[in-house]
Ligand binder design. Structure first.
Ligand code: BQF
Length: 290
């Protein structure tokens, strides 16, 4: 029997609608709506699309967005100075620097310059540390969206074998921690894993975030498994595709996310959630002092 398709686009639309209904209440309570500031450096076409998606979603939810587009030639000092200004701006609740940055700019330095309470991406070293320690933190958007998609299937994570393929700081490592928190037995596989198929075939839940087209084929998937495809690749025909051979794997898996329309839309929806969360964290605390 063919897999059920996890409709990330529909679930994301539901989350976005839910946030939209909450925004008037926030305006009532705090006198303004959450404000997300998105910084893009240079002309990377994919980054431009992602940034446009983020700004559009923010505004459709009734929140404020500010887009700051800087030339490729901007210096690290100038970028850090801008972030310093936004940190000090009480009207800004979330700051997002679209990655990747040009090679002459140190990404770690830039991310850690963002005030931790405005770090909507959850990439700041203190957010990463807090996530690993199980403390309160902003959870990175893509891992948070993946957990939301897994919950939507109703498949229990408690005691399951979860395999994460990919060990990036943005997806692999944080999603492994979230799965561990959900009581899955977690294996992290990567480019040096010996016999990847033998590892992935044991997975009840398989999350693939590598960036290689058709890395995961039907023979590598356990019948009935939940397969989450985080890949964003362009194939030979220029079409968007994931890391999973969707046509083959959907005949074996129990559940599968498509690309596009799977994890991607959830990343955007979770960004809106994180923006509202940063807003409430900041303004809620501020009211306590007054
Ligand atoms: C969809 C991203 C790799 C590297 C850096 C919807 C997005 C993508 C796809 C999107 C992504 C991927 C983003 C779909 C933001 C997700 O309909 O399938 C939305 O905008 N994303 C990013 O900001 O940086 C990335 C992937």
């Amino acid at each position: 029997m063919a897999a059920q398709i996890i409709d990330g686009k529909a679930i994301a639309a539901f989350v976005r609608e839910d946030i939209k209904t909450q925004v008037p209440g926030l305006r009532e309570k705090y006198g303004r709506v959450p404000c997300l500031c998105v910084i893009i450096v240079g002309e990377n076409p994919a980054s431009k699309v992602y940034v446009r998606n983020k700004v559009k979603a923010t505004e459709e939810a009734g929140m404020e967005s500010r887009l700051l587009a800087l030339p490729e030639s901007v210096s690290e000092e100038e970028l850090l100075a801008l972030i310093g200004k936004l940190n000090a701006d009480d009207g800004v609740d979330g700051i997002l620097v679209q990655l990747p940055l040009p090679k002459h700019i140190d990404e770690d330095k830039v991310i850690d310059a963002i005030s931790v309470d405005k770090d909507v991406d959850g990439f700041h070293v203190l957010n990463v540390g807090s996530l690993q320690l199980g403390r309160h933190c902003i959870v990175p958007c893509t891992p948070k969206g993946i957990m939301c998609l897994l919950t939507s299937t109703g498949v229990p994570l408690n005691g399951c074998n979860a395999v994460v393929v990919g060990r990036s700081n943005i997806v692999g490592k944080p999603v492994a921690k979230l799965l561990l928190d959900a009581n899955a037995t977690v294996t992290v596989a990567h480019s040096r894993t010996a016999d990847l198929g033998a590892v992935t075939r044991r997975a009840d839940v398989l999350v693939v975030a590598v960036g290689r087209e058709s890395l995961i084929t039907a023979d590598m998937v356990k019948p009935g498994a939940v397969v989450i495809d985080v890949g964003m690749n362009r194939n030979a025909e220029g079409k968007l595709c994931g890391d999973v051979d969707f046509e083959g794997v959907k005949e074996v898996a129990g559940w599968i996310t498509p690309v596009p329309g799977g994890v991607g839309p959830m990343t955007i929806a979770m960004l809106l959630k994180n923006t509202a969360e940063c807003f409430e964290n900041r303004l809620g605390n501020c009211n306590d002092i007054i």
